[in-house]
Design a binder for this molecule. Structure first.
Ligand SMILES: C[S@@+](CC[C@H](N)C(=O)[O-])C[C@H]1O[C@@H](n2cnc3c(N)ncnc32)[C@H](O)[C@@H]1O
Length: 286
């Protein structure tokens, strides 16, 4: 199966290998790079780390994980999901896949004897001899289709992903998935409505494409669409990129910091105008 159906390793590293020290000051201690779950009441007290843990716990439950289980995290970032699954659910072993060497190095340095490891491998090439109890994939699906792919091509490749997940799960296993989706925008206007250029070679799914691609392999058990979860998370990152601008610019350059801030601001607008949504799914293997 060709990796070039989604973003290439070079495209992923352009965004994610800017430097682990670059991400740390604004992602905060969880090092989670995806939408958190915020309370519905905007006045309720909640900080970014608490909201990120609420999101991770939703997915740990969505993947049906419990003590001693094995989990596969597809698009593991800096390993925060695996750490939470071990600490809060007593997971026995966690394997994470990433295309970023910098992320894998960071996980190896910070795993502190926990039963987790990261592999720099695309899911398209990964096979494990043992099936997993559950799979989690948060904020990686956005990289699984290229901008030039039409609906048919996207659904076919997303279908490859769901088949891979089903083949990698034990009977009764669950996949918990999170992805941004296109909403109120005509297909011909998608590219002009979002600064997707900060994530080269990437494109978003429509909800109907996700369900269509998953249907042969999974029963949907839970679904929600909460765009405000991402706009609020992005606003936190934008604020902390600003607070740390001098330090971050010294690490990279002012243009890179501006590219992230402006790009995130464009995504905030997209969520608030209804151009894009933030979806989460729990799927049960057929
Ligand atoms: C936005 S980050 C999300 C990281 C993490 N799940 C989190 O929530 O913090 C996207 C991740 O997907 C990974 N990724 C993208 N395409 C992939 C592929 N084909 N196979 C495996 N990982 C991939 C990237 O390397 C990166 O770790």
């Amino acid at each position: 199966m060709a990796l070039n159906q989604g973003a290439s390793q070079e495209a992923i590293q352009y965004h994610y290998d800017v430097g682990n020290d670059f991400y740390a000051p604004w992602l905060g201690p969880t090092m989670i790079y995806s939408a958190a779950i915020w309370p519905d009441d905007p006045k309720a007290a909640c900080n970014l780390a608490e909201a990120q843990y609420a999101k991770l716990d939703w997915h740990i439950a969505g993947a049906g994980l419990g003590k001693g289980d094995r989990v596969l995290d597809i698009g593991c970032g800096w390993g925060g999901t695996m750490r939470r699954a071990i600490d809060s659910a007593g997971i026995g072993e966690a394997v994470g896949l990433t295309l970023s060497d910098a992320q894998a190095d960071w996980i190896a340095e910070h795993q502190a004897g926990q039963p987790m490891r990261a592999e720099v491998q695309p899911w398209q090439a990964y096979r494990d001899a043992e099936p997993f109890d559950g799979i989690i994939s948060i904020g990686a699906f956005e990289h699984f289709a290229k901008p030039e792919m039409d609906r048919t091509a996207k659904v076919a490749h997303y279908g490859d992903f769901f088949r891979f997940c089903a083949d990698s799960l034990k009977p009764g296993g669950r996949l918990s998935l999170q992805t941004i989706v296109w909403m109120n925008v005509a297909p011909e206007n998608e590219a002009g409505n979002l600064p997707l250029h900060i994530f080269p070679e990437s494109n978003l799914p429509h909800v109907s494409e996700v369900f269509e691609a998953a249907a042969p392999y999974f029963h949907p058990m839970a679904y929600h669409n909460r765009p405000r979860d991402y706009s609020r998370t992005l606003r936190e990152w934008i604020r902390d990129l600003g607070r740390n601008r001098a330090e971050l610019s010294a690490m990279t350059d002012a243009e890179t910091v501006k590219r992230y801030r402006d790009g995130f601001a464009g995504f905030v607008l997209g969520f608030e105008k209804g151009v894009i949504g933030l979806t989460r799914y729990s799927f049960l293997k057929r």
